[in-house]
Structure formats: structure tokens, C-alpha cells
Design a protein around this ligand. Structure first.
Ligand SMILES: [Zn+2]
Length: 247
């Protein structure tokens, strides 16, 4: 069945002399694998629409196994991502995480929109740390392992100041903080940021300014949290950490 859909190219691999197999995250069909015939020929139209991170319109013969891309048109090439190794590293990270935490043929318009918005942000801005964390928290929810960030995970209290507990999976109120001696104290506005990050769509937030030290604290918490609950090793994350060390 030939279907028209919007999609984001997640990854590609060569197939035979001149073809590629492309993994696309699409609005209508979710994640699909499709053959793009002739896509290895540099001048082919198919080559242009099957580069990593391209956001395009695709006509696809859908199949439960390998689909076939009949035609594609670029909506937003997100070219700046491919031209910059740091941007490529960040984009690869969120795309790899999306790949790991979503099932094939299981559409999710909300995650699709947030992925595009986040990639677009990475393309257009120097600093994408906050949008990336916003997207990750939404993916954690999709993966079914999101932390509790609107109340105490132990007693449900909304009393501040909260601490974040990796072991308990979310915020602990002052009365419950003792159940995890390794919980990390958060100033009130930081605990609220976690909540905002996980609930609000990126396009509805302007720039959120967070002090570098606090940003690093949130980053470290999310990394430790993913290591505990995410379950999948991410190659792209290792590369990001290596880049961090170089800076
Ligand atoms: Zn409590």
C-alpha cells in the first residue's frame, strides 16, 4: 500500500551496489525500515532525501518487514547538523535514543513533533543542552521509565525543597529524603524545571536560562538515571562524553 508520510531519517546503511536501507521515524507509521533504490548514486534524487536527519515527505510502499521508498521531497534539510561535528554528535544521540526506545510501526505524533523540534533547535542554536534534556524526559515517559517529578515519589507530598533520588526514581520530599542517603538536594526552581521539561512542548518554551552549574547537575542526574533505568547502551553518548572532555 502506497502511503504518504512525513519522516525523519534516523540512520542508513548501504545495501548492494547502489541502494540504501533507511530507518525513518515517520508521523503516520512510526519507525520503519525501507529500501531506497539508487540512493548510493550521489546525484540521484533519492540520495538527497535519505541523508541522516533529513526531514521530508515520503511516498512509501509500506510492508511489515522492509518497506520501499518510492519518492521523497525534502521539507527541512537540517543541513547545519551535518556540517558540524558537535551538532551531529548531539543529533545522533537523541536519534539513537529514540531508535532504542520506540517500537517499529507504532506511530506517535507527539514524539515525532518533539524530535523534529529538538533537531531543528540543534541545527539553529549554539546551545541545545536544555532542549535535549526536555526531549529525553519525554522519551523516558515513552519508554515507561520516567521519573516522578511533580511530587514526592514515596508519599505524594508536594512539600519542598525536594531532593532527587536515582534509586527511588524521582523526587523525595523533606520528610522522605532520609530513605535515600544518596539523594541529591535540588533548589526549588530546579525541581520545578524537571517538571516543566517533561510536560511542556519545546515549541512552547522560549529560551530557558539555567546557570551552567545547575545545567550540569541536571545533566548528571539524567545520565545517572538513564544508566539505571534506560537499559540500552548508547554508542553516541560515549562519543559525546569524549567531546566534553576535549572542551
Ligand atoms: Zn515524601
Amino acid at each position: 500500500m502506497l502511503e504518504k508520510m512525513q519522516g525523519i531519517v534516523m540512520k542508513t546503511q548501504d545495501y548492494g551496489e547502489s541502494h540504501k536501507i533507511v530507518t525513518i521515524f515517520s508521523n503516520k507509521a512510526g519507525k520503519i525500515s525501507a529500501i531506497a533504490k539508487g540512493a548510493k548514486k550521489p546525484k540521484s534524487r533519492m540520495a538527497a532525501v535519505t541523508q541522516p536527519f533529513i526531514f521530508g515527505d515520503y511516498f512509501v510502499y509500506l510492508n511489515s518487514g522492509l518497506s520501499t521508498i518510492q519518492q521523497g521531497d525534502v521539507i527541512d534539510s537540517l543541513r547545519r547538523i551535518r556540517e558540524d561535528i558537535i551538532k551531529t554528535a548531539y543529533a545522533s544521540y537523541i536519534v539513537e535514543m529514540t531508535d532504542k526506545l520506540t517500537d517499529s510501526h507504532s506511530p506517535d505524533q507527539y514524539v515525532f513533533n518533539q524530535l523534529y523540534q529538538t533537531l531543528n533547535w540543534i541545527a539553529e542554536h549554539e546551545d541545545a543542552d536544555i532542549p535535549i534534556m526536555m526531549y529525553e524526559l519525554k522519551l523516558f515517559k515513552k519508554g515507561g521509565f520516567a521519573p516522578t517529578v511533580d511530587k514526592c515519589v514515596n508519599c505524594g507530598s508536594k512539600n519542598e525543597p525536594f531532593a532527587f533520588s536515582i534509586a527511588e526514581g524521582g523526587l523525595l520530599c523533606p520528610e522522605c529524603k532520609h530513605i535515600d542517603p544518596n539523594s541529591i538536594a535540588l533548589l526549588n526552581n530546579l525541581a520545578r524545571l524537571f517538571h516543566v521539561f517533561s510536560e511542556v512542548e519545546l515549541e512552547r518554551v522560549g529560551t530557558i536560562s539555567v546557570k551552567p552549574g545547575n545545567k550540569k547537575l541536571l545533566r548528571d542526574i539524567l545520565d545517572a538515571y538513564y544508566d539505571q533505568y534506560g537499559g540500552y547502551y548508547l554508542k553516541s553518548k560515549r562519543f559525546l562524553k569524549q567531546l566534553d572532555k576535549l572542551e
